[in-house]
Design a protein around this ligand. Sequence first.
Ligand code: ADP
Ligand code: K
Ligand code: ZN
Length: 432
Amino acid sequence: MAKKYWDEKFEIMNESDMKAWQLQQLKQTVAWVYERVPFYKKAFDNAGVKPSDLQKLEDIAKFPFSVKTDLRDNYPFGLCAVPMSDVVRIHASSGTTGKPITGPYTAEDLNQWADLMARGLWAQEVRPDSILQNAYGMGLFTGGLGFLQGAMRIGCAVVPSGAGMTERQIMLIQDFGTTALCCTPSYCLTIIEKAEKMGIDFRKTNLRTGHFGAEPWTVEMRTEIEARSGIHAYEHYGLTELMGPGVSFTCEYYNIHINEDHVLPEIVDPGTLEPVDLGEEGELIFTSLQRRAMPMIRYRTRDICALRRDKCECGRTLITMDKILGRSDDMMIISGVNVFPSQIETVLMEFEEVEPLYQIRLRKKGYIDHIGVETEVKAAVYQSGQETLDNLCKKISSRIQQVIGINVPITILPPETIERSIGKAKRIIDER
Ligand code: ADP
Ligand code: K
Ligand code: ZN
């Protein structure tokens, strides 16, 4: 019989065993960086803590945080804990927000990463007889090679199509009988839109699962993808600083399980940096537990979500995280209200007339930030006259007012105006 879990030992480990495992790994990792990375030695010394202060898991709270600028200040390899002779690969972030973040790996780091990717993909129905089309960008970005290695570990037939050339993606799905599609959720929507224009229904192909990640997307967006393609839309989450994708993955119940045998999660209040309770929203913090080339200690991801330890029907005991509300970098303060693009997305997706395409224009009037939301509507709706469109804009505005509490003007752009994403969609156009 085929196994249900890729790594049963850790995926269904009970909480106390997991905590014991985490503590043991944590002690080793903290000592590892203290001895090898001057940045951490100095940071620990300044905070008056030493690796031996770590007696129980909660003691992690005594250790200093690390942030993106620490990586930038030590660019490119200042936080690397091993000599280059032990590094076998170096990835870098796509640089959404400035200079790239580097990610060096030892051979064992790569091995573990591949295994974690296999764990997630296995939970998402990928098997040796799957045909997996990997449309994440190949190269420096961790997405492409991360998914490739995980799929190879399972032994499925990988089609490394890379990002872009959308018509060719659709041809490959049809001709090769692709069963699993890996890409960003926004690129999947680009592919679906193009297929619809070509008169192709993915329900009539072998495509069954999508493995989406690398950017925030709402439940409403996921539902739209599933309704328009007939696939089950699974999710992956990760960041270059912590290896890339492979930090967490959804099971069939859409719960996002964190690979907590490899990364220790915490949630803190982004203002006070004090830990918050399970179920409470805050900034996600991770400490590497097994990585050796560049272990991160209490790394502030700037991603906002909550952690939960609820029982999941899939049987996995791995802690879960809520869907990411957004990055704190993308948080806008409008009329004193904190707004994330995902909140706008949720409202827009309530409207059947609206396409899942939008951008938020951020402007300054005097000292105050204002936003305007631009979206596209279905072609038929667009042709139905200015009055209809004006009414629709009013309806969307008043719904945003009701849900988020701010007044936002809506502009409906002509079809095909908003740039179609092949990777991470750009939601905010900052004109300040
Ligand atoms: P960059 O910072 O250049 O985008 P990364 O590829 O390392 O480089 O991006 C990691 C970030 O992408 C995460 O911190 C998070 O903000 C976002 N991300 C990745 N996966 C998801 C996901 N499933 N849901 C929401 N956001 C995600
Ligand atoms: K195979
Ligand atoms: Zn589950």
